[in-house]
Design a binder for this molecule. Structure first.
Ligand SMILES: [Zn+2]
Length: 341
């Protein structure tokens, strides 16, 4: 997604909110409701890369967002209740709240807000993060451009090297974005190879970041006693599952569930595809999710919930850190932006 695209999204959301299109069309376009995606809930400074900054919202905005969905007449329901609620096709719309990756700030910053709202929520745990075994590579890339000096020069398995000047913050941001999307264009083995090389070259210790940011098993054990929480699986190594050979894809989806069950005594009934875009989840992955008995499986494809959707390929709406404004959220959950696309 380019900078231009973020600008265009903001303009579209502003226009929908300002013209009242969301209020006018919402009853017809909002569908049955929607699933909202959250990542970090924190006062930490937002990262340099907009794609990363989008994953950071403040606890205050979470509070505002929950007020706003209630004000719009939505019920906040547990993910476990979603299949029944979709089948019932009731009059009142609903939202499901989902938190990906298993960050400590879910416990420290989001949970107090969720409790104050008595809001059920789902947490999708990547076992490799809890195990300190899979890197938060998108944040490690931020260290790469900070440590690379004046010039970034990175050989890529396919095509030209990534080569960029790093003399200003704007240049660093541009270089980071190029590197991020060049990496996202690689297949999983090549991607892992480049990430591993970067960690070595720039002396990035993935474990330190995981210790700082992600809940480990004993902490998750304490968290799962929370009655508002529904537990979900989010793979072992956070790969784009759609790019893996089928046996690896199946293993990521099955072993992550079994590992969570072994550690926490709860077998997740829901799965969330890492990255979650078209490359990460499709018909094949939905079929695996069904075969494994997952009741729902969630993507990051944007959209509202409608009758007849594949329950193992459900859309979500990201509550984006670049758009921390209740009127934008109202425009998004109205479903109008997805109708216009
Ligand atoms: Zn994730």
């Amino acid at each position: 997604m380019s900078g231009l695209r973020y600008g265009a999204i903001r303009v579209a959301l502003q226009a929908i909110a300002a013209t009242g299109l969301d209020r006018m069309l919402g009853p017809r376009t909002r569908g049955l409701g929607c699933i909202l995606t959250f990542h970090r809930v924190t006062h930490d400074p937002a990262p340099l890369l907009p794609e990363n900054a989008g994953l950071y919202i403040t606890p205050e905005f979470l509070d505002v967002a929950l007020d706003e969905v209630k004000r719009c007449g939505y019920d906040i329901i547990a993910l476990d209740a979603l299949p029944e609620r979709m089948a019932a096709k009731g009059e009142r719309p609903f939202v499901v709240l989902t938190f990906d990756d298993g960050y400590k700030d879910l416990r420290d910053h989001a949970l107090p807000v969720l409790k104050a709202h008595d809001a059920p929520f789902a947490a999708f745990i990547c076992t490799g993060f809890a195990d300190r075994a899979a890197p938060l590579w998108w944040l490690d890339l931020e260290d790469v451009v900070q440590r690379a000096g004046d010039m970034l020069e990175i050989a890529m398995p396919h095509g030209l090297p990534v080569s960029a000047s790093l003399r200003s913050t704007a240049e660093k941001q541009a270089a980071l974005r190029t590197l991020y999307w060049r990496l996202r264009a690689l297949d999983e083995p090549a991607f892992r190879q480049v990430i591993g090389g970067l960690q070595y070259r720039y002396q990035i210790e993935p474990t330190r970041r995981l210790n700082d940011l992600c809940l480990e098993w004993s902490e998750l054990e304490a968290l799962v006693t929370e009655p508002l929480l529904t537990l979900g699986a989010h793979s072992m190594t956070h790969p784009r599952i759609g790019l893996l050979p089928i046996e690896d894809a199946e293993r990521e989806m099955r072993v992550s569930r079994d590992t969570i069950a072994a550690h926490l005594g709860i077998t997740p009934k829901h799965f969330c595809y890492p990255v979650g875009d078209q490359t990460a989840a499709g018909a094949r992955e939905a079929e695996i999710a069904r075969r494994l008995g997952y009741v729902t499986a969630l993507t990051t494809r944007p959209g509202v919930l409608r009758e007849g959707l594949d329950m193992q390929l459900l859309p979500r709406i990201s509550v984006n850190g670049l758009f921390q404004n209740p009127s934008y959220l109202r425009a998004l959950i109205s479903g109008v932006p997805f109708m216009l696309r």
